[in-house]
Design a protein. Structure first.
Length: 318
């Protein structure tokens, strides 16, 4: 296929998907898939198509909430661009390093956007529309109760967003990067988590994360969160998520050694069933302790090299 035609198709695909669907896993994942599968130039061409599609969608489907959406999408798009640019940092290039850089870029840009959004009247109107569409807002005699529900819900939602928006961005880029990389790489590179280990220096951030989780239980729940508490929650939870993935990586490594890709598939099914059954049983409060315990297991690999021990035992047994 001629190079110009390939670039045109990539840009057109990114533009059309973004124009009609906005930024989602498909539109964000296409530039990353193109980078892994076809090369850096193709990834940048796809990114340009996504950016053009975002602009076209803003103009064609403009409404009263379009500025709100654009204010959120631009930082995410700029964070994605840092994922695709040539590596110039002094530390080794890894997918997780690019994810962290993209997360930091987006988070820093989104913070002033969030401050602006929380001061706008349309935010309350937008939130009210969500509650009404979800059937949570009544009419008539319930109007006064609805106003109180809206105020409490909006306040709680803003506090949650402020406290955890960085880990939410981290999860977004992690999922997009993992899905794009899995689709782009041949099967013998799977499963990706088998080889995942956070950078060694991240253990200090994880200690901070455990402190943040502890402080969230100790502090008075009704008091307004201070800026340093918000920053602590965001950074700490992000590192807990990283080491949760490391703990999963050890489990996948063990399953892969015992039964290859079939073992990793069984582990996928078991984890999915565990999450589904826990949510259906209304036992959401047990998920967070489970995440923390698995993250502690992942963090302990800093001193106890489980994967090396498993590999050594495998060689000795064969």
């Amino acid at each position: 296929m001629p190079l110009a035609l390939k670039w045109l198709l990539l840009a057109a695909a990114g533009g059309l998907i973004t124009a009609f669907q906005g930024l989602n896993f498909l539109s964000l994942g296409l530039p990353l898939w193109s980078r892994y599968r076809l090369g850096l130039r193709e990834g940048l061409v796809s990114l340009i198509g996504v950016a053009l599609g975002l602009g076209v969608g803003y103009v064609v489907f403009y409404n009263e909430f379009s500025n709100f959406g654009l204010a959120i999408n631009i930082p995410i798009l700029l964070g994605l661009s840092t994922f695709l640019l040539p590596w110039t940092f002094p530390f080794p290039e890894r997918t997780i390093s690019r994810v962290l850089v993209a997360t930091c870029t987006t988070s820093l840009l989104l913070y002033p956007v969030g401050l602006w959004m929380f001061q706008q009247d349309f935010l309350q109107k937008w939130f009210q529309m969500i509650l009404e569409n979800g059937g949570l807002m009544g009419l008539g005699l319930e109007a006064e109760a609805n106003d109180e529900l809206l105020r409490i819900s909006l306040t709680n939602s803003i506090q949650i967003l402020q406290s955890y928006y960085v880990p939410m961005i981290l999860i977004l880029f992690l999922l997009v990067a993992v899905l794009a990389k899995r689709l782009a790489l041949p099967p013998y590179h799977w499963p990706l988590l088998v080889r995942f280990t956070p950078p060694k220096i991240a253990i200090y951030g994880y200690i901070l994360g455990l402190f943040a989780l502890s402080w969230s239980y100790i502090r008075a729940a009704r008091e307004e969160m201070q800026l340093w508490e918000t920053a602590l929650n965001n950074l700490g939870t992000s590192f807990v998520l990283l080491y949760f993935m490391a703990g999963l990586g050890i489990l996948y490594h063990f399953a892969h050694l015992r039964a290859g890709r079939f073992g990793a598939g069984i582990l996928n099914v078991l984890l999915s069933l565990l999450v589904i059954l826990t949510l259906n049983a209304g036992l959401w409060q047990y998920i967070q302790p489970g995440l923390v315990l698995l993250s502690i297991f992942g963090a302990s690999e800093t001193w106890i090299h489980y994967r090396e021990m498993l590999n050594r035992n495998k060689k000795e047994s064969t």
